[in-house]
Ligand binder design. Structure first.
Ligand SMILES: NC(=O)C1=CN([C@@H]2O[C@H](COP(=O)(O)OP(=O)(O)OC[C@H]3O[C@@H](n4cnc5c(N)ncnc54)[C@H](OP(=O)(O)O)[C@@H]3O)[C@@H](O)[C@H]2O)C=CC1
Ligand SMILES: O=C(O)C1=N[C@H](C(=O)O)C[C@H](O)C1
Length: 249
């Protein structure tokens, strides 16, 4: 496959390596300093664009891929309020689009089991649930996209929670926040060099249940993004990684 990379930071560079290992070719690399090269002509050299840039640039980059009619795989987070608008544009224009807040196999298994666990916990309302995420200090968005997907999995399945609330704690700088009974707290922490750790905690007076995923490095995210690009070939429509992993057990 001929791949264009949109965003050539920590993720873009590892995706390039994974793609080359899988015998793909990188035909275009777009970063902050050469955005003018993201033209329809250049994009059309590629079979797929893999987009890992920033929350500020991702929407404009998706538009350019749609205009060029090139399939796009999006890993960038921090834009999900525009999800419906992007979905509509994708479907109206007959594009191919796949997004994931997290492309790693481990986290996608976690997403599935998280929903099952939330369903079980309806029977035990004396457990208070909370989501925690820890990432490196360069991260631009909070909560993480992964934490949002986890929270939505809980909200869809746990009857006593109606919405989520994020608190970003950097070195204890934030005032402690008291959640309302129907609110799901997502606590975000930023610590040097952490690739991504997500925990769901159900806490009661007598015990705690902790369900945790720890990324040891970024390789799982990058491989998942390349596998997604391969999966999207020849397809048209709006997809998420859930369609690719399809854990119907
Ligand atoms: N879904 C998933 O599995 C994962 C998602 N992510 C998400 O991916 C995104 C990127 O993460 P990461 O690589 O760690 O971040 P980095 O900050 O390391 O890389 C982002 C890159 O995008 C570049 N950039 C800035 N503006 C543009 C533009 N207009 N077009 C193209 N590129 C641009 C930046 O350039 P410059 O440095 O010059 O500003 C930088 O090189 C984040 O949103 C992160 O949350 C991360 C890991 C896994
Ligand atoms: O910014 C990151 O690094 C990561 N971002 C994604 C997110 O926001 O969930 C995925 C992963 O946790 C790493």
């Amino acid at each position: 496959m001929k791949i264009a990379l949109s965003g050539y930071g920590k993720m873009g560079k590892i995706i390039e390596k994974m793609a080359l290992d899988r015998k793909h070719e990188i035909v275009l690399i777009i970063d902050q300093d050469n955005q003018h090269e993201m033209t329809p002509e250049n994009l059309r050299q590629a079979d797929v664009v893999i987009e890992f840039s920033t929350p500020h640039s991702v929407l404009a980059n998706i538009q350019k891929c749609f205009e060029a009619g090139v399939p796009v795989v999006v890993g960038t987070t921090g834009w999900y309020e525009q999800m419906e608008q992007i979905k509509q544009q994708c479907l109206d224009n007959g594009n191919a689009f796949l997004w994931a807040s997290n492309f790693s196999v481990g986290v996608n298994i976690f997403f599935h089991v998280n929903k099952m666990l939330a369903k079980i916990m309806n029977r035990y309302p004396y457990y208070e649930v909370q989501v925690e995420e820890i990432h490196h200090t360069q991260k631009l968005d909070a909560p993480s996209g992964t934490a949002i997907t986890i929270a939505e999995g809980i909200l869809d399945n746990l009857e006593n929670k109606k919405g989520w609330k994020n608190v970003l704690t950097n070195d204890g700088a934030e005032e402690p926040y008291t959640v309302k009974p129907d609110e799901l707290l997502i606590e975000s922490l930023r610590i040097e060099n952490v690739p991504g750790t997500h925990t769901v905690v159900y806490d009661s007076e007598v015990d705690s249940i902790e369900f945790k995923h720890t990324a040891h490095n970024r390789n799982g995210f990058a491989l998942g993004a390349v596998l997604a690009a391969e999966w999207l070939q020849g397809k048209q429509g709006f997809y998420s990684a859930q369609d690719m992993f399809n854990f119907n057990v």
